[in-house]
Unconditional design. Structure first.
Length: 151
């Protein structure tokens, strides 16, 4: 459905306003789909993001600051997210032997197993969402978004 229909607006102030609103609306639309996919597993999209970051470490622990730097939503409370994941047995938190003030976080086998279960579901969701978009258009979209952020 077109944005005008979704927002019940006849016209926009400018093409830039329409693009901005479309980007925000589509981001929320995407997050709602991901959240509904993750809900049966009692995990939030931010917790899923933390698990993916930890998996990317390939078994090496990482500190909280490094996790926060890599998160999609950097305003998230990484300490709270990690603690919830720890309570579920999906991550470990250990004091660094070299620096007692530093806490190192690692994904557990249970966390890796959960990601193994979720990955095909997320991939299927992405395929469904982009079914009418060519690879070339997806690359152009990514490049345009990078340009917007000044990258």
């Amino acid at each position: 459905m077109r944005l005008e229909e979704e927002l019940k607006m006849d016209k926009f102030r400018s093409v830039f306003q329409k693009a901005s609103l479309n980007l925000m609306f589509t981001g929320e639309w995407l997050m709602a789909r991901i959240d509904s996919l993750l809900k049966p597993y009692d995990i939030s999209s931010q917790q899923y993001n933390v698990l993916r970051i930890l998996r990317g470490q390939q078994g090496k622990p990482i500190n909280l600051f490094a996790i926060q730097e890599r998160m999609l939503n950097r305003m998230s409370n990484a300490t709270r997210l990690v603690e919830k994941l720890r309570q579920k047995g999906l991550v470990t938190r250990e004091l660094c032997e070299q620096n007692r003030r530093k806490v190192e976080i690692a994904i557990t086998d249970k966390g890796l197993q959960l990601l193994d279960k979720l990955d095909p579901m997320i991939e299927q969701l992405e395929e469904t969402m982009f079914q009418d978009v060519t690879e070339k258009d997806a690359e152009k979209l990514s490049a345009t978004l990078d340009t917007m952020r000044g990258k």
